[in-house]
Write a protein that binds this ligand. Structure first.
Ligand SMILES: [Zn+2]
Length: 188
């Protein structure tokens, strides 16, 4: 997942640094040479690499927040699954592995994470009206003291103790629900 996020970071200015907007999505599609169209469709988002130019179709009537999420979901597929021809999204909670990856890109577009890797991992998402709810595993970096790093606690002879400089960092994951009502791009 972090590899995909880093790929998107290189391609999309501001990704994970600030809340992106639908205009950011359109700008990225222009650079990538992807046609964006909006029309009544079975799916909320449809990415096709068939034909002369790749195309992202967005369903009509999506709210600005969800439309931005869905657009970056499509770009998550674009950058993450370069060999495949077609992708679509019928509901934000879609739990197939590849869609969860793409939706993590959509989530990070709305909810920045400037701390760098490891990046939050999306568990599921839900959209209703102007609101989106995300269940997310957030990473927290913690230090393991030298003794515990060796699986040993309590007193140890000096020559067996590891210096404090050998404290190691590890990451624990905790799940939290994050609600986004609308993101900064729509505040004006
Ligand atoms: Zn998808």
């Amino acid at each position: 997942m972090d590899t995909l996020v880093n790929t998107v970071r290189r391609a999309v200015p501001g990704f994970t640094e600030r809340a992106l907007t639908y205009e950011d999505f359109l700008a990225c599609c222009r650079i990538q040479g992807i046609i964006v169209e909006t029309r009544q469709d079975l799916f909320d988002e449809y990415l096709s690499r068939r034909g002369r130019r790749s195309r992202i179709t967005l369903n009509t009537g999506l709210t600005p927040l969800y439309k931005t999420f869905v657009g970056f979901h499509a770009l998550g597929h674009w950058f993450g699954h370069p060999g495949d021809q077609e992708f679509y999204l019928g509901s934000p909670g879609w739990l197939r592995h590849t869609d969860l990856e793409a939706s993590t890109v959509g989530f990070l577009a709305l909810s920045p994470w400037p701390d760098g890797p490891p990046y939050p991992r999306l568990e599921k998402a839900y959209a209703e009206g102007d609101e989106m709810q995300f269940w997310v595993q957030y990473p927290r970096k913690v230090l393991i003291p030298p003794g515990e790093a060796l699986g040993v606690t309590g007193w140890r002879p000096a020559h067996l103790r590891r210096p404090a400089s050998e404290e190691r960092e590890t990451v624990i994951w905790w799940t939290k629900k994050t609600v986004i009502v609308r993101h900064l791009g729509q505040l004006a």
